[in-house]
Design a protein around this ligand. Structure first.
Ligand code: TRP
Length: 350
């Protein structure tokens, strides 16, 4: 049994209420989401977040998609491949159905006024608050580096990302809830000190299951267990083929004892809309060979239209750059507007 804290339960309750209201009052909401451009987007991103962004966009909610390039250097020493990663992310967003006419896609390094909020916001948090953020601690440990100033303060930077465009809903995984809590505190403290400028955003928790990587661990760029949206069908086949299963030929869904087999079943279930049990029963004594064949076909069939659309963007980098430039331009206008309100509220108008 998982123990949930009161803060989590309270967030979950507010999140459920908002989710029910979204289709009723889409115009009340501004949604900000983003990804770090540390590599290619994979199926975990697609099922865990990108497909929901597209749904929210199509519900008529104003969405903004941030490619968080400054966040790449929170826990690594290099910006190698960053431009390529950013362009490729744009391609995947577009192929997945993000419509840049409705939903600007932008990078935060190109929006200086957003980053400038960092100064007043840092004055609203204490060192102790930053230091007890569990996500920051976990990331610091995983990075094997000393805790840098940017890693310690990136949740504040994330508050800038959310608040400069007055985002009031942020789809998040459970591990990101402490960041949303901090953003709410920053908004509240700013408004109390200087007058109301910012909304207090809510984290929207989806009930999507965690998408396993091919080894049963979380699907992650760093574990090499992820099926990239932009891979070729052959690359996908190869990755699935070398995934680790077990020697029991009878296929069953048992996450605990058969992580490899079960991750494959979940992957196929997501791509086909069937249940894991159903697929397992069909394969029966066919062994992992037959399972892998089915998973490969399901994933490649599911991704075929995405990959076809993506190929068009791969051949039209100028268009991809235009999308980003337009997004940056729109977000700069919004950021300038908000920064103007902040200066006004703080009496910094000269
Ligand atoms: N932290 C997110 C990630 O790791 C990216 C991100 C940056 C973000 N700023 C944000 C997400 C603001 C939501 C809101 O992918």
């Amino acid at each position: 049994m998982t123990e949930y804290s009161d803060t989590f339960l309270a967030s979950k309750k507010r999140s459920d209420a908002i989710r029910a209201d979204l289709p009723e009052h889409p115009d009340k909401y501004i949604m900000l989401t983003g990804d770090r451009p540390t590599g290619r987007l994979h199926l975990g991103h697609y099922f865990g977040s990108i497909q929901h962004r597209v749904q929210y966009q199509n519900m008529g909610i104003q969405c903004y998609v941030l490619i968080a390039d400054y966040q790449v250097i929170t826990d690594r020493d290099t910006t190698e491949h960053i431009q390529d990663n950013v362009y490729n992310m744009v391609m995947d967003y577009l192929a997945a159905g993000i419509d840049p006419e409705k939903t600007p896609i932008y990078v935060h390094s190109a929006v200086p006024a957003c980053n400038q909020l960092m100064l007043p916001f840092l004055s609203l948090v204490t060192e102790a608050e930053l230091e007890r953020n569990p996500t920051v601690k976990a990331e610091q440990e995983a990075s094997g580096h000393a805790l840098t100033g940017l890693l310690l303060t990136y949740p504040v930077h994330q508050a800038c990302d959310i608040l400069f465009c007055k985002g009031n809903i942020v789809p998040v995984g459970k591990d990101q809830l402490p960041h949303i809590e901090l953003t709410r505190q920053i908004a509240r403290r700013f408004n109390e000190r200087y007058g109301k400028v910012f909304p207090e955003p809510e984290g929207i928790l989806s009930d999507a299951i965690e998408i396993p990587g091919l080894d049963g661990r979380k699907m992650s760029k760093s574990y090499g267990n992820s099926i990239k949206l932009g891979d070729t069908p052959e690359q996908t086949a190869k990755l699935i083929k070398k995934s680790k299963t077990d020697s029991d030929r009878h296929i069953t869904f048992d996450k605990e004892n058969r992580p490899g087999v079960s991750a494959l079943l979940t992957t196929a279930a997501l791509c086909t809309g069937r249940t894991e049990e159903d697929i397992a029963a069909e394969i029966g004594d066919g062994g992992s060979g037959q399972l892998k064949k089915y998973v490969t076909e399901s994933v490649n069939a599911f991704l075929a239209p995405h990959r076809e659309r993506r190929a068009q963007f791969e051949n039209d980098l100028d268009y991809v750059k235009d999308v980003l430039h337009e997004g940056n331009k729109k977000m700069n206008a919004i950021a300038e507007q908000t920064l103007g309100e902040v200066r006004e509220a703080m009496g910094m108008v000269y």
